[in-house]
Ligand binder design. Structure first.
Ligand code: NAP
Length: 247
């Protein structure tokens, strides 16, 4: 039996990148996956079509974490309707490279809403569903910059540092209710988020990584899947770094 057989999972930002790899992996592991997209409706629909044709069970829904009514709507239409919810993966996020002093108020708000507040609010809605069953797993996608901070990604680092401590604190509060909360902190993973780099930037950065390359999205997804499964039944409150040895 696949290790997530019969589980219902929600994955935010599943239309591309790390989220897409998580959707694929959780489907392969036997879960019913509900994933969200923001702008890429076409990409989300084609992912659903492709994976349904392979016999997997999944559904895509719109969600904008920078818009509170969209979060409420997602709860009304999806989360509150689930009789069981086993897994929540808070993956969707944005990054912006630039000087801290150049960020406008709306850029600050967008970064915090999308990367931090949205995950907190979705976790509240999800926990309402998990708590009666005394079982559940929440996995937050953080970043190594949430552990050590990055110049020119100050706001991003702040949101991911917030995610790390949110993960640890929530794990303590929800442990007695049987709900585990962990985070995965990727290093540099080959997705559209890093497409701003030119060849030289990329080569310079690769030299800082002991494994000598950027990570693949599947390498993050496999760790997420482990954290969702009963194989990690005694793991909670952890930030698992997946960075090729970078920090
Ligand atoms: P990506 O390729 O840029 O994909 C981002 C995903 O988030 C997309 O599915 C996008 O949806 C969704 N999204 C963006 N803004 C949103 C919003 N306002 N509301 C809801 N969803 C939104 O990013 P990625 O590289 O896969 O990153 C995924 C997660 O891993 C993020 O939390 C990121 O911080 C973290 N991470 C990435 C790296 C890396 O090197 N790539 C490293 C460390 C951590 P649409 O496409 O539909 O718009």
């Amino acid at each position: 039996m696949a290790r997530l057989e019969g589980k219902i999972a929600i994955v935010t930002g599943g239309s591309r990148g790390i989220g897409e790899a998580i959707v694929r992996t959780l489907c392969e592991e036997g879960a019913f996956v509900i994933f969200t997209y923001n702008n890429n409706e076409e990409k989300a629909k084609s992912l659903v079509k492709e994976l349904k044709a392979k016999g997997y069970f999944l559904q895509a829904c719109p969600l904008d974490l920078n818009n509170y009514s969209s979060i409420e709507n997602f709860n009304d239409v999806i989360i509150s309707k689930q009789s069981n919810l086993d897994i929540l993966i808070n993956n969707a996020g944005i990054s912006k490279v630039g000087l801290f002093m150049d960020a406008s108020k709306s850029e600050v708000d967008e970064m915090i809403n999308t990367n931090l507040t949205g995950s907190i609010l979705l976790s509240q809605f999800a926990v309402k569903k998990m708590i009666d069953k005394k079982k559940g797993s929440i996995v937050n996608i953080s970043s190594i910059w949430g552990n050590v901070g990055a110049s020119c990604e100050v706001l991003y680092s702040a949101t991911k540092g917030g995610i790390n401590i949110f993960t640890k604190a929530l794990a303590k509060e929800l442990g007695p209710s049987g709900i585990r909360v962990n985070a995965v902190a990727p290093g540099v993973i080959d997705t559209e988020m890093n497409k701003w780099m030119n060849e030289t930037d990329r080569m310079n950065l690769e030299q800082e990584i002991p494994l000598d390359r950027f990570g693949d999205t599947k390498e993050v997804a496999k760790v997420v899947s482990f954290l969702c499964s009963d194989e990690s039944s005694y793991v909670t409150g952890q930030i698992i770094t997946v960075d090729g040895g970078m920090i």
